[in-house]
Structure formats: structure tokens, C-alpha cells
Design a protein around this ligand. Structure first.
Ligand SMILES: CC1(C)O[C@H]2[C@@H](O1)[C@@]1(COC(C)(C)O1)O[C@@H]2CNc1nc2cc3nc(N)[nH]c(=O)c3cc2[nH]1
Length: 372
């Protein structure tokens, strides 16, 4: 079996869990944050730097790699691990979300989705079978079913039709998936913000018996309390002995709140995206370095952080790099932000172990400036 989940401990106070996911490229300790490497690179980071900050698994993307450089080339290179020189686990998203949020959407049918490339406007068609074929070529350890991520807001009728098509597509993905012994196919639960529809989608998708399940259709612009509410009634419907993955979530508060509600895996472009805008996640909240007040501030980005960036550079220098549009700026901010989130997940795992996750949340929120 490609993917095996080991439930280590259930938190006494919350829905949080400690676990291990065994994959052909190594074991992942959960709860975990997965850095996003959309085009076969976590932007500006080398694989060695990702290992230095203890990144256990990274994400890449079917839609992007299909369009460029083409999954055939990656297969010819010996697969994505070899192509990008990353020998630890990789998860690939199926392209469902990207087609809807990136491509110039042409039309969606029972067969699949026709769209125009965001790169050159060329016309393409991706079916559930095609999305699986591409991921089988890439050779990622965890692959995702081809689904429709309903937009927010969307009315009940749209969400119901969309989740039922997602179920039919999930069955087609399961049938098309070839490498079941080396690649684990995760199902994706949809249903928008409607409890009865989340229940229907969870039932239909978990009946298909995948090695892991994602909660899709969230982090699409809905208010955070609404996302937490959906998780509250959705994760209990997901098997305890399988990993639970919340797609597209990556701010510190959402990670903690998601773990408390039973989520094991997260991904988001946020840490690397805001890094390129000179914004850091720090123990005292966000720091946006372009502010004039940092001109002659010779203290580290985050006094409580022991990462390479914080040990070797000052805010004044980092502000200079950002203002001068230096490439090193993106690198040093990306390194710190990823380190910050991975360290947060390590602290969360520790707090679950010591049964004090709620105290940890309180302390973190007070310092970071979140309201409980
Ligand atoms: C950078 C940032 C914060 O990450 C968010 C947010 O912007 C942004 C960027 O476009 C909007 C929509 C406005 O939301 O979507 C980013 C991540 N949210 C997300 N990624 C997802 C990926 C998904 N993949 C699949 N296959 N199925 C899903 O249901 C799914 C849902 C997802 N939700």
C-alpha cells in the first residue's frame, strides 16, 4: 500500500491528533504544513534549504506542470522527484482548483473541463482520467482526485450539482489510477458551506475507500469563522484512521484552529507569496519590512526565531534588499516564513503530546495579536 496512516495519539481536550504518514519516499509526522512548489520548485528555495528547515513533504501542481514543461518531459526525466532533485514525499494537486481559479474557463461538462492556458491562451481539456494520467507520470507519492471546487459564495443548487459531479469524477479517478502500490490517491470532500451537503459529499467520497481525504472548497474567500464551522461538522465524518488534508490553508491562526478541529495536513502559497512582498510572519505578528520605521533598525526580523535569516541579518539590511529589489530579499523572507510555519507545526505536535494545545493557542494568539 502506497500510503499508510498511523494514529499515534488523540488529544484529550480537542479534535487534534498526532500521527505518521508512511509513504514510499519517507515518513511524515502530522500535523504538518506542506510548502508549495507549484512549478516543481518552492520559489527561491533549494531542496537542501528545505531539508535544513525540516520540510518533510512539498506540493506541486498537475495543471501547471501539464502546461509547462509537460508531464511527458518530467516522466522522461525519471519523474518529479528526480527532475527537481527532491527525494522526500511529494503531493500533487489535481488541477481542479487551478483550472477554475487560473485558466480562462471555457466550459465544464460531465466529461471534464475545457479551458484556456493562463500562459499562452491555448485551448486545453482535462478530464478526471487525464488528471490521473498526468499525476501517474509525475510519480508523486500522494495524488489528488480531479474535483470541482465550488466558488464562494455559491447557492445550494449549484453546490449540490457540483458535489455530485465531483463524486462521479472521483469514481472515474479511482478507476483510472494505475500505480496504486506507489501512489496514494486521496478523495476530496466538497459541499460548500452547507452542512447537509458536506454530509452527503463526505458519505459519497469516504464510501469509495481512499487512503486519505481532503476537505476541499474552503479557503476560497469565506470568513475564517465560517471555515472553522464547516470543519467542526465535516472532520468527524472522515475516517479516524486516514489522514485529513485541508487544502489551501496556511496562516498561523488557521493552522492552529484547523488542527484543533482534526486536520492533519495543510498547504498554502501564503508564506512564500508574502515573502516576495517583503512581509514576514513573526512571533509578534506580521512585519512588513518596507515601512520607514525599519530604516535603521538593526535587530533581527524576529527576536525569538533562530533561523538562518534571523541569526545573520537585520531589519535594516532586509529593508534595503527589498527596496533595492534584490533577489536575496525573496530568498531570506521565504526561508524565514517557511521556517516559522514548520516550527509552529513542530510546537503544535509538542503541545498535543503534552496535552496543552489550548494553552499553546492562547499564548500564541496573545503574542501574535489574534483575537481568540
Ligand atoms: C494565497 C492565498 C491566501 O491562498 C488561497 C487564496 O489566496 C486563494 C487564491 O485565490 C482565491 C480563490 C481568492 O483564494 O486560494 C488559495 C488557496 N485556497 C485553496 N486552495 C485550494 C486548492 C484546492 N484543490 C482542489 N483540488 N480542490 C479544492 O477544493 C481546493 C480548494 C482550495 N482552496
Amino acid at each position: 500500500m502506497a500510503i499508510k496512516y498511523e494514529l499515534i495519539k488523540e488529544c484529550k481536550q480537542t479534535g487534534a491528533r498526532l500521527g505518521k504518514i508512511h509513504t514510499p519516499h519517507g515518513t511524515i509526522e502530522t500535523p504538518i504544513f506542506m510548502p508549495v512548489g507549484t512549478q516543481a520548485t518552492v520559489k527561491s528555495m533549494t531542496p537542501e534549504e528545505l531539508k535544513e528547515i525540516e520540510s518533510q513533504i512539498i506540493l506541486s501542481n498537475t495543471y501547471h506542470l501539464y502546461l509547462r514543461p509537460g508531464h511527458d518531459l518530467v516522466e522522461k526525466a525519471g519523474g518529479l522527484h528526480k527532475f527537481m532533485n527532491w527525494d522526500r514525499p511529494i503531493l500533487t494537486d489535481s488541477g481542479g482548483f487551478q483550472v477554475f481559479s487560473l485558466g480562462d474557463l471555457r466550459k465544464i461538462s460531465e466529461e471534464g473541463v475545457e479551458f484556456r492556458s493562463h500562459i499562452d491562451g491555448s485551448k486545453h481539456f482535462i478530464s478526471p482520467e487525464k488528471a490521473i494520467e498526468i499525476q501517474n507520470s509525475l510519480g508523486s507519492d500522494i495524488i489528488m482526485a480531479f474535483d470541482e471546487c465550488a466558488p464562494y459564495p455559491a447557492d445550494r443548487e449549484y453546490v449540490k450539482n457540483s458535489l455530485e459531479r465531483t463524486t462521479r469524477w472521483a469514481k472515474r479517478c479511482k478507476k483510472a489510477h494505475k500505480n496504486t502500490d506507489t501512489q496514494g490517491l486521496f478523495g476530496i470532500i466538497q459541499g460548500g458551506i452547507y452542512k447537509d451537503m458536506r454530509e452527503q459529499s463526505a458519505k459519497e467520497i469516504t464510501e469509495l475507500d481512499f487512503p486519505g481525504y481532503a476537505v476541499g472548497g474552503l479557503s476560497v474567500g469565506e470568513p475564517k469563522p465560517l471555515m472553522y464551522e464547516v470543519l467542526e461538522y465535516t472532520t468527524p465524518l472522515m475516517p479516524k484512521n486516514k489522514p485529513r488534508y485541508l487544502m489551501g490553508v496556511g496562516s498561523p491562526d488557521c493552522l492552529i484552529e484547523g488542527v484543533i478541529r482534526g486536520i492533519d495536513m495543510f498547504d498554502c502559497v501564503l508564506p512564500t507569496r508574502i515573502a516576495r512582498n517583503g512581509t514576514a510572519m513573526t512571533s509578534q505578528g506580521r512585519v512588513t519590512i518596507k515601512q520607514a520605521r525599519f530604516y535603521d533598525d538593526f535587530t533581527p526580523l524576529d527576536p525569538e526565531c533562530d533561523c538562518y535569516t534571523c541569526r545573520n541579518y537585520t531589519k535594516a539590511y532586509l529593508r534595503h534588499l527589498f527596496k533595492a529589489n534584490e533577489i536575496l530579499s525573496a530568498r531570506l523572507f521565504s526561508y524565514h516564513n517557511l521556517y516559522f510555519l514548520l516550527k509552529l507545526m513542530k510546537n503544535i505536535r509538542e503541545a498535543i503530546k503534552n496535552d496543552n494545545l489550548l494553552d499553546y493557542r492562547k499564548e500564541f494568539f496573545e503574542k501574535y495579536g489574534y483575537e481568540l
